[in-house]
Structure formats: C-alpha cells, structure tokens
Design a protein around this ligand. Structure first.
Ligand code: ZN
Length: 134
C-alpha cells in the first residue's frame, strides 16, 4: 500500500463541547465540521492542523466503541488514520495477506465522506489503525 500522510488523529473525548475550548483557546485550532456517524454511534468534530487533522470522537450511546474505550482507558488518543493513495480495498487485501487482523473486512463510509477501514490493534503494535481514502 502507498501511504501518503497521516490523514487524522482520532481522540476520544467525553464531550466535544467540553473539549473544544482547549483546542480552540489554548492551541488556537478551528473546528470546521461536526457530524454524527450514526452506524458508529459517534459524534465527530474536525480541526485542521496543517496538512492533517484532529478528529474528536464523542459517544452518542453507551454501546459505542468510544464509550467502551473511555470506560476502559479514559479519554485520549484513540486511533491513527493514514491516507492510502492506492485505495483502501487493496490495502486491506495486502494487510490481511501479511497476517494483519482486520476489524473491517471491506471498506466502508466514515466521517467526511471518506472511505475507511480499521486494522485491529492486536496486529498493529497496540495502535488502532484506520486506513482512508478520499
Ligand atoms: Zn478516524
């Protein structure tokens, strides 16, 4: 696969409203989009940081993986998302061939209209890894 850059860093927060003043007032970053991804039971807020982004993730249901993550580990860095230039579908095939456990067997729609898929942290040195393409 051909990774071009870190597309975004996903950060689990208890509340986007409570987290945004830190990112805005202290770091001086601007939130340009808030959207709910229904099937993931999350609300996301995006902030630009140069060529990459911060994605704040808030659970919209106690069954959300973000709610479970915060319950186990507390708020903090949740995943790293890499932009794949030659497509997520091919990257998944390649990763699986190389013995990586997949969370998503096929690409799906994520926030911001991106096509995404997750690799399991058990196969990625403990870092939940998202692959995405525009
Ligand atoms: Zn993400």
């Amino acid at each position: 696969m051909k990774i071009t850059h870190i597309e975004h860093l996903g950060i689990a927060v208890k509340s986007i409203e409570e987290a945004l003043p830190y990112y805005g007032n202290v770091l001086g970053l601007t939130c340009y989009n808030i959207e709910t991804v229904e099937d993931q039971k999350v609300r996301t807020a995006f902030l630009k940081v140069g060529d990459t982004k911060i994605e704040l993730l808030e659970a919209t249901s106690p069954e959300s993986t973000i709610a479970k993550f915060i319950e186990n580990k507390g708020p903090g860095v949740h995943h790293v998302a890499f932009a794949v230039a030659d497509g997520v579908a091919g990257a998944l095939v390649e990763a699986e061939e190389k013995g990586v456990r997949l969370i998503d067997k096929a690409p799906r729609k994520g926030a911001e209209g991106l096509t995404i898929a997750f690799l399991h942290p058990k196969s990625t040195q403990g870092v939940l890894t998202e692959l995405c393409e525009e």
